[in-house]
Design a protein around this ligand. Structure first.
Ligand code: PLP
Length: 426
């Protein structure tokens, strides 16, 4: 590889300066404010290394992108083999890899799923589901949650906590198009749907950017029932909760709800080649017969991405993989409870499988903890809309030894945080 592409051979300060000049000035400033600007170097399994040499156990896993760990060797073998034959392919054509993957997805998704539309990223897949809901119902209004995040691109930006970002780019939509209500509030949902003018309810299964707020018992069944009564569709965004992260292949299975559309992304890429998808029932996807080019994207369903995603499903279907998620989540739950006992600063665990948010007794506790985690050797990130929460997301192939290590590093970070920020405050 060319020297200029080998991260470890670069001067970290220089790269940060250049990134600030040419790529992401605002972001660099924010990282500086948080105390460190990580630059990703080597990566492998549970870890990546900052180019200054710091080894970090990754419990952010980029929202599930590294659901199978960093540089999973089986995924690398699959893409290496595919490169002997395939390229991106031509998105206008019928494709063997795309068709195989779609067939696999439909076999593995709940309910009456039938069509898969492939996109380069999650936001574009969300965008398709919104358009589909509007086309199918003849209505414009989308009900979504203030706590939600559905990506920065496309229509989904207006449908969640970053709606002000849509406004920033003069790309927001009139209020009639997106109605944002609080999550877990069934009365607000009843009220939003009652006029029969809502195309769809768009929902993450567990709002990640708000720190994994767990849905209350029976909430989604009730929401789906209300959707049925008022002719609205239900879209499940499983970009962060799908692909085994909750111990089931799809989180919606655990909440007993069959969506009309399902959005997947992140981990579908195996952490190696971008691919996402919107999955639709035959009924709502009827426009695909009417308009063959109703959606089109050069990189949507790239054949290399399809080969990778097929390997991801092959791994997920293996005996023992989902069982491992359940066993490790139980182990981690016990470990977290033990840590909590001796650290009153650590107030709450929100957990479904390996989807985990940790709440701390300070409005900025998640931010403070992220800084201390970096020092202890853990890469963790606070929840964007709820800064008291730290996201703690292990990949699904971790073993008990790795969980023990992550818990140890977490406890060390809590101790650092108590020393650094809390001494003298009590
Ligand atoms: C729940 C959810 N939906 C959609 C998206 C958007 O996916 P992408 O960043 O691939 O556009 C994200 C990204 O973080 C997400 O967390």
């Amino acid at each position: 590889m060319k020297d200029s592409l080998i991260p470890e051979n670069q001067n970290k300060e220089n790269i940060i300066e250049l990134a600030s000049r040419y790529v992401c000035p605002g972001r660099v400033e924010t990282f500086k404010m948080l105390g460190s600007v990580p630059v990703m170097g080597r990566r492998e399994g549970n870890y990546f290394w900052d180019i200054d040499g710091r080894k970090l156990f990754d419990v952010h896993i980029n929202g599930g992108t590294y659901n199978l760990g960093h540089r999973n060797l089986e995924i690398i073998d699959a893409i290496t083999e595919a490169l002997g034959y395939y390229d991106i392919g031509n998105h206008h054509f019928v494709s063997v890899a795309r068709t195989n993957l779609a067939e696999k997805i439909i076999k593995l998704t709940p309910g009456n799923m039938h069509y898969t539309i492939f996109t380069p990223g999650g936001a574009e897949a969300v965008d398709i589901t919104i358009r589909t809901a509007r086309k199918f119902t003849g209505r414009r209004k989308i009900v979504a949650f203030k706590e939600a995040y559905h990506g920065h691109g496309g229509l989904g930006l207006g449908a969640g906590g970053y709606a002000d970002m849509a406004h920033f780019f003069l790309s927001d939509h009139p209020e009639v198009e997106f109605v944002l209500i609080p999550f877990n509030d069934i009365e607000a949902m009843r009220n939003a749907l009652k006029n029969g003018d809502v195309a769809a309810v768009l929902s993450e299964m567990i709002p990640a950017t708000s720190g994994f707020v767990m849905p209350s018992e029976g909430y989604f069944s009730e929401v789906k029932k209300l959707c049925g009564e008022h002719g609205s569709l239900f879209i499940a965004d499983e970009v962060q909760t799908g692909l085994g992260r909750t111990g089931k292949l799809w989180a919606c299975q655990g909440y007993n709800v069959e969506p009309d559309m399902l959005v997947i992304g992140k981990g579908l890429s195996g952490g190696i080649y971008p691919i996402a998808a919107a999955i639709l029932t035959e009924e709502v996807g009827a426009w695909l017969k009417e308009e063959g080019w109703g959606y089109s994207s050069t990189f949507g369903g790239s054949e290399l991405g399809c080969v990778v995603a097929l390997k991801v499903f092959e791994i997920l279907e293996r005996p023992g993989v989902l069982e491992n998620v359940n066993a490790m989540s139980e182990f981690v739950a016990k470990g977290l409870a033990d840590i909590q006992e001796s650290h009153p600063f650590f107030t709450e665990v929100r957990q479904n499988g390996l989807v985990i948010g940790l709440r701390f007794d300070n409005p900025h506790g998640g931010m403070m903890m992220a800084a201390c985690c970096y020092e202890s050797g853990l890469w963790a990130f606070p929840a964007g809309f709820e800064r008291s929460v730290l996201q703690f997301k292990l990949n699904i192939l971790v073993d008990q030894k790795a969980c023990e290590e992550a818990l140890l590093l977490l406890e060390k970070a809590i101790e650092l945080c108590e020393d650094k920020f809390l001494k003298g405050n009590s």
